[in-house]
Design a protein around this ligand. Structure first.
Ligand SMILES: Nc1ncnc2c1ncn2[C@@H]1O[C@H](COP(=O)(O)OP(=O)(O)OP(=O)(O)O)[C@@H](O)[C@H]1O
Ligand SMILES: O=P(O)(O)OC[C@@]1(O)O[C@H](CO)[C@@H](O)[C@@H]1O
Length: 314
């Protein structure tokens, strides 16, 4: 079983417009609501592919009730931590050419007791059934200190599971000191952590290696249209896959990629290939719909050991 922990889940509203024009009224070509938050999406992708998971998340307010209803409809098993303020709503504006603009709320402030309840709930599923991974994903809402993921990694290790972290900023930097088994930065997060732009594959590999030096055992760095790299004790691998059709929405592609990686064992080039297959499948689907087996083409993924460091990223 793979447990996901989302301190700041969301209702993801997606409004499709032909083209976004600042300052103007737009009429939606279509709209949808998906359950959201990075860990929630990882669990949704795992369920869509028949893998055992449990999504640990905070809930509150009417949005929290709607989020739980949507997760129930999707068959996602949930470990709920009720909190006093309501779950946030995040808005995506999706343009016809595939451009997405995201407006994310900061989320409800958590009290110290609620933070501790969330950490306890994160480990609770392992009391019934062993967990291979506990993945802490997404931004932290107000009131939660940047040591949250470091604490989660420590408690994960004590519970006998492996720890994955997908976040950004100070919470990401602090998580490294607890030595997570896996981190999943995207290109922006790599650049932020390395304090340098990532223009080439070599830049990405160097930044990932720096994260390993700071404590991460393995780094799965997703690079958008350029696929993903895995940097671990065995070396460096790069994987990418052609996109079969137009980009529908990149929202949640990184979460689908992390889910694919963990579902395929959470280590090595085969798991990297699965990450890219699941991520590529996700971008062809609207909103943050997670790919099912029929959407995923593992055979289309090309994996390279010792890739060209001079490859310029798109
Ligand atoms: N434009 C694209 N074309 C092809 N594949 C893509 C594209 N964008 C993303 N992908 C696939 O999805 C994976 C994850 O994408 P990305 O690096 O954008 O994640 P992310 O920024 O963490 O996403 P999010 O935070 O929205 O979940 C990539 O590794 C790649 O396999
Ligand atoms: O604000 P955060 O926690 O960084 O990101 C939240 C979010 O943008 O991430 C998911 C896509 O990865 C969405 O479901 C959700 O709206």
């Amino acid at each position: 079983m793979i447990v996901t922990v989302t301190a700041n889940p969301s209702l993801d509203r997606t409004i499709a417009v032909d083209r976004l024009r600042r300052g103007e009224i737009h009429r939606a070509a279509s709209d949808r609501v998906d359950p959201g938050g990075k860990g929630v999406n990882v669990s949704r992708a795992l369920v869509a592919n028949g893998h055992a998971t449990r999504a640990v998340l905070t809930t509150g307010g009417h949005a929290g009730t709607e989020l739980l209803d949507l997760l129930g409809e999707a068959g996602v098993p949930v470990e709920e931590v009720p909190v006093s303020q309501g779950v946030r709503s995040n808005l995506t504006i999706a343009e016809a050419d595939g451009t997405v603009t995201k407006l994310n709320e900061s989320g409800p402030a958590l009290r110290p007791t609620e933070i501790e309840e969330l950490l306890v709930a994160a480990i609770a599923p392992t009391l019934d059934r062993p967990a291979s991974w506990i993945a802490g994903c997404g931004s932290l809402p107000p009131g939660v200190g940047p040591d949250f993921y470091a604490l989660l990694v420590e408690r994960t290790r004590n519970a006998g599971a492996r720890a994955a972290v997908d976040t950004s900023g100070p919470a990401f930097a602090e998580s490294l000191r607890a030595r997570p088994d896996l981190v999943k930065p995207n290109r922006d997060e790599l650049a932020e952590a390395a304090r340098t732009p990532i223009a080439t594959l070599g830049d990405a590999v160097r930044a990932a290696q720096a994260l390993r030096d700071q404590g991460a055992s393995a780094v799965l760095a997703s690079l958008g249209a350029d696929g993903a790299i895995l940097v671990d004790a065995a070396g460096v691998h790069h994987a990418r896959a052609p996109l079969a059709g137009p980009v529908a929405s990149t929202v949640g592609a990184g979460d689908a990629a992390l889910a694919g990686f963990l579902a395929a064992g959470g280590a090595g080039p085969d798991a990297l290939a699965a990450a890219v297959a699941w991520g590529t499948a996700a971008v062809a689907l609207p909103g943050s719909i997670m790919p099912a087996p029929a959407d995923i083409d593992l055979a289309a993924v090309e994996v390279t050991a010792a890739p060209d460091p001079d490859l310029v990223l798109r």
